[in-house]
Design a binder for this molecule. Sequence first.
Ligand code: ADP
Ligand code: MG
Length: 483
Amino acid sequence: MSTPSKLIRGYEVVIGIETHAQLSTQSKIFSGSTTQFGAEPNTQASAVDLALPGTLPVMNRGAVERAIRFGLAVGAKVAPLSIFARKNYFYPDLPKGYQISQYETPVVQGGVVEFYVGDVKHKVNLTRAHLEEDAGKSLHADYVGQTGIDLNRAGTPLLEIVTEPEMRSGPEAVEYARTLHELVKWIDICDGNMQEGSFRCDVNVSVRKPGADFGTRREIKNLNSFKFMQQAIDFEVNYQIDLIEDGGTVQQATVLFNPDTGETLAMRTKEDAADYRYFPDPDLPPLVIADSWVQAVRAAMPELPRKMAERFQADYALPAYDATAMTQDKATAAYFETAAKASGQAKLVANWVMGEISRRLNAEGLALDASPVKAEVLAQLIVRINDGTIANNGAKQVFDTLWTEGGDVDAIIEAKGLKLMRDTGELDRILDEVLAANAKSVEEFRAGKEKAFNALIGQAMKATKGKADPAAVNALLKKKLAG
Ligand code: ADP
Ligand code: MG
């Protein structure tokens, strides 16, 4: 949406994403078997999950409630009545021969996801989100020359979230996916574990000349890393452009990304909806959601990241960009707000969280929850910067010690002798000495050589052993030279 697209080799990129978010229920979508990850193959599929004769699926209320939470979080319509349908296809990991999904009437209709790419705000409209069951899994790696089938995942509840084809670049697609990933975790409907497959994206990519109709798309299946998503889109876009430039046409296809080669490879030509022979599932009545239920779920919703970002802007005078960064996930929001309240210096807190703290966390592969420097301690450090006890470079040293050894902010400042000179009389005396000892620089400065001033500042900082507030040194030195 919105901003004009950046063209790649003269082509506009068009992207729509289908995301499978595994809903965090204890039991499966239509049976009581557990959804726990990592069990021995084929120990967690019940007769219902396999649709053995004589069994009937029963809707899991928790899965529906999570779908409602999602609908409310994106401002969508929660359908008062939606329909389960059978999607028929043959595949070894689907011995029952069909997947229960929703087709014409999904539970969540419409909705919007908002996010920033850099400091530009983007909005992506959702087409729908529907409930469905997962299939089993083929195991190729462990069985040379054979394929194993693990049906533990069969019947695991999924919410498939589908966007309109509105994204116009790889970074926009990745930022959408990141935002959605944070949102489903924030509202507690999905654990977001991408290694375990709890959040996977199918990315539909096409290219076109500006102003032309949509091109034919290829669908990159099952991306479970944002880095791979970016690489896969980059490869796919260039592949399609090459093909068109060479006089070929893009065929609709399903492709897989190979992280080892950085390439996408066609898996199969794409089925059309007609190939699935969708029809309403005769075993399941329509899903009816009373308005009172929606209202009850609404009342129990947490404050959403977008709302919280607006509140941070209003209550703490944070710039929009910072407010978005401080609400990127629940842990960051809680950390920011605790430190901002305790220090009274929200902007400084945001700077530290976006700067030093995220640098250290990234370097050590830690999440903010695991930061050795807790919010209350960062607040103490910020109070000491703000009241002029320490300078920025001193603060960095204190932070370093806090990070590696822990301890008390004031005690570390004391032990390291980082306290800035508060006594202006002493600074006055030292500066006079510096001026006397550097008569040549003083002369040069008075003769108009600006650089000489920096030399004097350097000497003054050296003489104060870095313990004077640089701003105070600067001001006092200027005053003395003018006098
Ligand atoms: P299916 O479910 O068969 O994959 P849909 O028509 O529901 O097909 O579309 C799936 C996804 O593909 C949606 O996210 C949609 O936005 C996206 N899409 C549709 N047409 C294009 C296109 N020409 N280029 C890129 N994405 C597209
Ligand atoms: Mg699809």
